[in-house]
Each structure stands twice: as structure tokens, then as C-alpha cells.
Ligand binder design. Structure first.
Ligand code: T46
Length: 136
């Protein structure tokens, strides 16, 4: 099975000396959006994520501030700094991801293709590696 690692989407945006406007429309997202959530008020030094999903695909956008997202598919690893209010990082199922180095007042917007279900999460790296073996 081909395992995608990530994709970057630069959403349409208009920036001028009076400010910036970014536009998030379903047509620019590679799945049907079923859920939108935000991550805010992260403390200095905190990390979030540290899991992956069976089915959920997500787009993460730091609409304010910034953070680093570390992710891997069990083979390739990558880190991306998200710090532009129009830049989306698409994370696919079976991509282990962790967010860290949050700048003060960061607002991370997440669009997802699933309703929330704890059963969709894999929350230990060992289980993740075992799932990769069993879904080859
Ligand atoms: C992800 C990263 C980028 C819900 O009840 N409903 C929801 O839709 C979500 C997203 C979370 N929750 C509950 C589950 C936990 O009790 O909120 C609590 C915190 O969730 P979690 O520890 O998973 O948060 P993060 O920031 O580590 O991860 C979140 C998403 O859960 C996850 O899908 O990929 O953001």
C-alpha cells in the first residue's frame, strides 16, 4: 500500500499594508470536511499530537503564530515549520505526527475528514509500527 507522507496547500490569500486575508474553501481541500477544531493557549515547551490515525486526514494551518510539525510514515521522517496563515499541511492516515515549538498566541486550525472517534487514534509508536506491518 502506498503511504503518503504529506502535502502542502497554499490557500488563496490577499495581503497588503492593511492586513492579510486567507480563504479556506472546501474546493481547495482534498477531502470532505466533517470537523473543524482549533488548538490554542499552548504553553512554552509544550508538545501535542504524538499519535496517528487509521482513517483521518487533516489539514493543519497556523492561522496565527507558528509551530513545528514532526511527522513520519515509519520510513521517511520530516519536520515542517508552519508559520504562514494561509499554508496548510495535509497529514494522511498512518503518519505519526507531533507538534512542538509553539510561538506565543499560536492558533492552529485543523480541518478533518472524519467525526471524532477515539478508535481512530493510534497513540503509541509501537502500535503504529505494528499496524504498518499488518497493513502492508
Ligand atoms: C491531531 C492533532 C493535530 C474531542 O473530543 N474531539 C475532537 O474532535 C478532538 C480533536 C479532540 N477531542 C478530545 C480528545 C482528548 O480528550 O480532546 C482531547 C485532546 O485531544 P488530543 O490529546 O488528541 O489533542 P492533540 O492536540 O494531541 O491532537 C489533536 C487531534 O486530536 C488530532 O486528531 O491530529 O490535533
Amino acid at each position: 500500500m502506498k503511504r503518503y507522507l504529506y502535502k502542502i496547500i497554499d490557500f488563496p490569500h490577499f495581503d497588503n499594508e492593511n492586513g492579510s486575508l486567507a480563504i479556506f474553501q472546501p474546493k481547495d481541500v482534498p477531502f470532505n470536511i466533517k470537523r473543524v477544531f482549533t488548538i490554542t493557549d499552548t504553553k512554552s515547551g509544550s508538545t501535542r499530537g504524538g499519535h496517528t490515525h487509521h482513517k483521518t486526514i487533516q489539514v493543519l494551518v497556523c492561522i496565527r503564530g507558528g509551530c513545528i510539525v514532526d511527522f513520519d510514515n515509519g520510513k521517511a521522517k520530516k519536520s515542517i515549520a508552519l508559520n504562514k496563515p494561509y499554508r496548510g499541511l495535509v497529514l494522511y492516515p498512518y503518519v505519526w505526527h507531533t507538534m512542538r515549538n509553539f510561538k506565543p498566541n499560536t492558533v492552529l486550525l485543523c480541518l478533518a475528514n472524519t467525526k471524532y472517534s477515539e478508535k481512530d487514534y493510534i497513540r503509541t509508536y509501537e502500535k503504529f509500527l505494528n499496524c504498518l506491518k499488518s497493513t502492508k
